[in-house]
Design a protein around this ligand. Structure first.
Ligand code: NAD
Ligand code: UDP
Length: 317
């Protein structure tokens, strides 16, 4: 029998980078966690340390198909997040965002469960407003190579708000900005893991374009804390709310910092910039700060050091 205050929580995409950290955090708080994943980009290794915990359960399942289970809260994280992976099978990416949202919202409706959507700064596209505030509608190409992800996530947000208006579902929408940390896949393709793995292997650091494009990098523990705070916030607060770091760096600055922190001899090489690659990105975090009392704490260098340690150990093994 569950003790008072313990919730049954579903984490879709729970074997992925963010999902595995979220599962750990929820277990630490005493909840029962059901991790659902189809292992497209997630791995068993990410959750290996949780498998012996009696409060943790793992289910291999693709959320584009309906799911019949009993839970109190749902974190919907399932979706490949790296451009390389979401562009690998773009039709499946859109299906995961849209059909996955419909299935998880249907589950939440039947259970009257609270549901949180892991949305993204990509809903702002290549933004003409800087920093990005939640009331900015974005600048998104509907037919480009990033569209399967961007438009899929935008449609998922639409579904969340229609279920909220039409069926009074309790929803939470987080717009997550670039997040990094241990358990990113070494072949993930995203910039932080790419640069660290390249630096540790002494390979060229591949900057796409001239490296003047900017991103803000949030450490995973901070981000997970934001998600948990959002889920716990008052029912009247639905978001969308930005969750990301305020520090904005050019990709060239990131490359130089990684080379310095790893002590690598890697050279920097410049490659073609993929189409529709956003030129700048930084969240305005005022809303998260006001409504959730949330602010990222881990500075880029400290977070990179922890991530480098993780990849060093991984590559050694
Ligand atoms: P990830 O690729 O490591 O994790 C995604 C997980 O979802 C993987 O375990 C994958 O196997 C699983 N998955 C994919 N399709 C599925 C399906 N159809 N059914 C079941 N499981 C499926 O990525 P991540 O960085 O952990 O991202 C998690 C979520 O956060 C994603 O929804 C992503 O869009 C969002 N997000 C992440 C970032 C970031 O910087 N990490 C930024 C913005 C948004
Ligand atoms: N990038 C890069 N080299 C890499 C991987 C990515 O220069 O090896 C650039 C990419 O073009 C983008 C930025 O780094 O401008 C962030 O890319 P990522 O794929 O991590 O996430 P995005 O924010 O583009 O979704």
């Amino acid at each position: 029998m569950r003790s008072y205050g313990t919730k049954r929580v579903l984490v879709t995409g729970g074997a992925g980078f963010l999902g595995s950290h979220l599962c750990g955090r929820l277990l630490d708080e005493g909840h029962e966690v059901l991790c659902v994943d189809n292992f497209f980009t997630g791995t068993r290794g990410n959750i290996q340390h949780l498998l012996d915990n009696h409060a943790f359960e793992l289910l291999r399942h693709d959320i584009t198909f309906p799911l019949y289970i009993e839970v109190d809260e749902i974190y919907n994280l399932a979706c490949p997040a790296s451009p390389v992976h979401y562009q690998h099978d773009p039709v499946q990416t859109t299906k995961t965002s849209v059909m996955g949202a419909i299935n998880m919202l249907g589950l939440a409706k039947r259970l009257r469960a609270k549901i949180l959507q892991a949305s993204t700064s990509e809903v702002y596209g290549d933004p003409s407003v800087h920093p990005q505030t939640e009331d900015y509608w974005g600048n998104v190409n509907p037919i480009g190579i990033r569209s399967c992800y961007d438009e899929g996530k935008r449609c998922a947000e639409t579904l969340f708000f229609d279920y909220h208006r039409q069926l009074a579902l309790r929803i939470k929408v987080a717009r997550i900005f670039n997040t990094y940390g241990p358990r990113m896949h070494p072949d993930d393709g995203r910039v932080v893991s790419n640069f660290i793995v390249q630096a540790l292997k002494g390979k060229d650091i591949t900057i796409y374009g001239d490296g003047s494009q900017t991103r803000s990098f949030c450490y995973v523990d901070d981000l997970v804390d934001g998600l948990v705070r959002l889920m716990g916030s008052d029912d009247s607060f639905t978001g969308p709310v930005n969750l990301g770091s305020q520090g904005e760096f050019t990709i060239r600055e990131l490359a130089e910092t990684v080379v310095e922190l790893t002590g690598s001899k890697s050279a920097i090489s410049y490659e073609a910039l993929p189409s529709d690659d956003p030129k700048q990105r930084r969240p305005d975090n005022s809303l998260a700060n006001e409504k959730l009392g949330w602010e990222p704490k881990v500075q880029l260098e400290a977070g990179l050091k922890r991530t480098i340690e993780y990849f060093e150990a991984l590559l050694r093994s």
